[in-house]
Design a protein around this ligand. Structure first.
Ligand code: MRU
Length: 356
């Protein structure tokens, strides 16, 4: 991933400090923030300085490292691991990463525990980068096929930010797009603004600009008419939790895009690493759906004419608002799952064949 021409990862460790790009400040300010304690790590996940399923998993892994710096007793580490899992409820990657760390640390002596935790957190990041790169290689074939038929720019619609900012590098939904662009296939991305926090407008458009990929921000409700007009060749989105039957939980509004895509026969793909698959929950109704503060709806942040960041209220003062952060798209509306092992049907058999 490139920011102002320089290669970055979204999270790294230096001299007992975890470094992150503070995503609450993008796109107007690029700030690298230090996480120095387990409290900092939990807070960064809660207030969404880091966000996106794979990245919050990686932050939780490094959170365990920060906890060990503070106190390497079993009790403390295990209490911190629970707090990390509870810091956001919907993305399964959080629990996946914490469980992987705790499994690695079980039975390890206190004098070795820090080194082993640090090595495992780094491996979680390296694995995610590799997974996302492979998602790109596998998804590229789908874009290539559309291009070979169409012989002109492939228009791809995406929702929220499932780009490199949401992972360690490459992104999930954006990785096939970056691979296509590198191969010289002309692509253009319709970026859903993604109310209320505007991850599409603030983050996806920002990172596509940095990679010089043509993109246009649209209001969340615009995708339908673009599909009716034949201006969307495919949709690719990410996911916070995909069930073993292929049902996909992702940012609120994804379901409506999938319905519009189905009605207009536009292929609707979901890109995910295996760390996002929930093999336990069988019924989508049991997925914990995060409800966030309604101020995320009623207030909007931006820069004024003096380049100062300002937050303003846009609703009537007395109005109530409700802010559900995720929804579930039933598997029947998903054309395919793009994973690090290949593309499969969004179904129990599809996933079983890839991940035996
Ligand atoms: O609330 P967010 O911004 O963390 O939600 C992120 C998404 O919905 C992404 O699509 C998902 O985490 C996949 S990221 C590769």
């Amino acid at each position: 991933m490139r920011i102002q021409g320089k290669e970055y990862r979204t999270i790294w460790y230096e001299d007992k400090i975890v470094k992150i790009i503070d995503q609450t400040k993008l796109p107007h300010q690029f700030i690298i923030k230090d996480l120095k304690s387990i409290k900092d790590a939990i807070n960064a996940i809660k207030v969404m300085e880091v966000r996106g399923a794979p990245l919050i998993g990686a932050t939780a892994a490094y959170g365990i490292v920060l906890a060990i710096h503070e106190n390497n007793s079993r009790e403390f580490i295990s209490k911190c691991s629970e707090e990390l899992i509870d810091s956001r409820p919907t993305a399964i990657n959080l629990k996946w990463a914490v469980d992987r760390m705790m499994k690695k640390l079980s039975g390890i002596n206190t004098d070795q525990i820090l080194d082993i935790a640090l090595k495992e957190a780094k491996e979680i990041c390296d694995d995610d980068e590799k997974f996302c790169e492979n998602i790109g290689i596998n998804g590229l074939k789908i874009i290539e096929e559309i291009y070979n038929k169409k012989k002109s720019t492939v228009n791809i619609l995406t929702h929220c930010n499932a780009g490199w900012l949401a992972t360690i590098n490459w992104g999930t939904a954006t990785s096939p797009i970056y691979h296509a662009h590198k191969k010289g296939i002309p692509v253009h991305v319709w970026v859903d603004e993604t109310r209320p926090r505007n991850q599409g407008a603030n983050l996806t458009s920002y990172e596509l600009n940095e990679e010089e990929i043509p993109n246009t921000i649209i209001a969340d409700n615009t995708g339908g008419i673009l599909m009716q007009r034949g201006e969307v060749d495919m949709c690719i989105v990410g996911t916070d939790r995909t069930l073993s039957n292929g049902d996909v939980c992702n940012k609120i509004g994804t379901y409506l895009k999938a319905l519009a895509a189905h009605d207009n026969k536009v292929p609707f793909y979901v890109a995910l690493p295996s760390s996002t698959i929930d093999w336990n929950i069988k019924d989508a109704k049991d997925i914990p759906i995060e409800e966030r503060n309604s101020q995320e709806l009623s207030h909007v942040e931006g820069i004024d004419e003096n380049n100062q960041v300002k937050k303003v209220l846009i609703y009537p003062q007395k109005s109530k608002a409700m802010n559900l952060a995720f929804d579930v798209t039933p598997a029947k509306y998903v054309s395919g799952l793009i994973t690090e092992r290949g593309v499969c049907k969004a179904s129990t058999n599809g996933l079983k064949n890839l991940f035996k």
